[in-house]
Design a binder for this molecule. Structure first.
Ligand SMILES: Nc1ncnc2c1ncn2[C@@H]1O[C@H](COP(=O)(O)OP(=O)(O)OP(=O)(O)O)[C@@H](O)[C@H]1O
Ligand SMILES: [Mg+2]
Length: 236
């Protein structure tokens, strides 16, 4: 379970997140929906420990307070991150980009090979791209590669920041299918997806939170089966 306790952040003197409290169960796919500038990226960066700004409160994963774990050690806990920007190393191939977070945490090569097979079964569109330079990928292909890279280490918690933004419909469909395979392949995984446009998420989340004016509230779902549509969804 992922717990956010009184998480607050100020950027350039402006409060962005105000005492957020949330519990996100293991096995659930949670969506955080908020307008541009609502603080979605800020919240994911706090969970990852990338905070060059004032932040308070605590993030607890399966009972462990992450403030005691340095950001570069968090992937070792099984936390994967797919940032919103295109952040692949352009001088690496796609395969090198995927392997990189595993190498950073010194995973044995055989284990990395196995992880790669697992990820390619979830995101098969990556197989023909592996030998290509990351520099030549389209925006949509890069999003798939960022998803794959987050899954190379993300066995307990995966954070995906606006993965559907700018994806062409056919790629959005492939991405959705990949997430469904992921839910099936790693049933214990907690998946956290941010979006500004709720409709892009279709029936992927089992619970949806709304981030507005620095506060986070449950907008729907929560008790239904994994992947069920959120109920009561107040419109923007
Ligand atoms: N480096 C920065 N300097 C000043 N303000 C910042 C900086 N980074 C973020 N902010 C401000 O913090 C607030 C939250 O930003 P954040 O990027 O977390 O929002 P977001 O919900 O991810 O938005 P988007 O949908 O555009 O990605 C915004 O008002 C933004 O203008
Ligand atoms: Mg953002």
């Amino acid at each position: 379970m992922l717990e956010l306790k009184e998480v607050s952040a100020r950027i350039a003197g402006v409060p962005v997140l105000r005492a957020i409290n949330a519990e996100i169960a293991r096995t659930s796919t949670a969506a955080i929906v908020g307008r541009n500038g609502a603080g979605k990226t800020t919240l994911l960066r706090i969970i990852m420990g990338f905070v060059p700004f004032a932040a308070k409160g605590s993030v607890v994963l399966d009972g462990k307070d992450l403030s005691r774990v340095s950001p570069h050690d968090r992937p070792r806990l099984g936390i994967g991150y797919g940032p919103e920007d295109r952040v692949l190393f352009p001088s690496f191939t796609v395969e090198e980009n995927l392997r990189f977070p595993c190498e950073v945490i010194r995973m044995p090569t055989k284990a990395v090979d196995r992880r790669m097979d697992e990820v390619l079964a979830i995101v098969p569109e990556l197989a023909p791209l592996l030998a290509r330079s990351a520099a030549v990928l389209s925006g949509g292909q890069a999003k798939m590669a960022v998803l794959g890279r987050s899954l190379m280490v993300g066995t307990r918690l995966v954070l995906l920041d606006e993965p559907f933004q700018g994806l062409a419909p056919v790629l959005a469909l492939q991405y959705t299918e990949a997430l469904k395979r992921l839910q099936g392949a790693r049933p214990d995984l907690t998946i956290l997806i941010t979006e500004s446009n709720r409709s892009l998420l279709k029936d992927i989340p089992s619970v949806t939170w709304t981030l507005e004016r620095g506060a986070m509230t449950v907008a729907g779902g929560g008790s239904g089966p994994r992947g069920s549509l959120p109920e009561a969804a107040p419109s923007d």
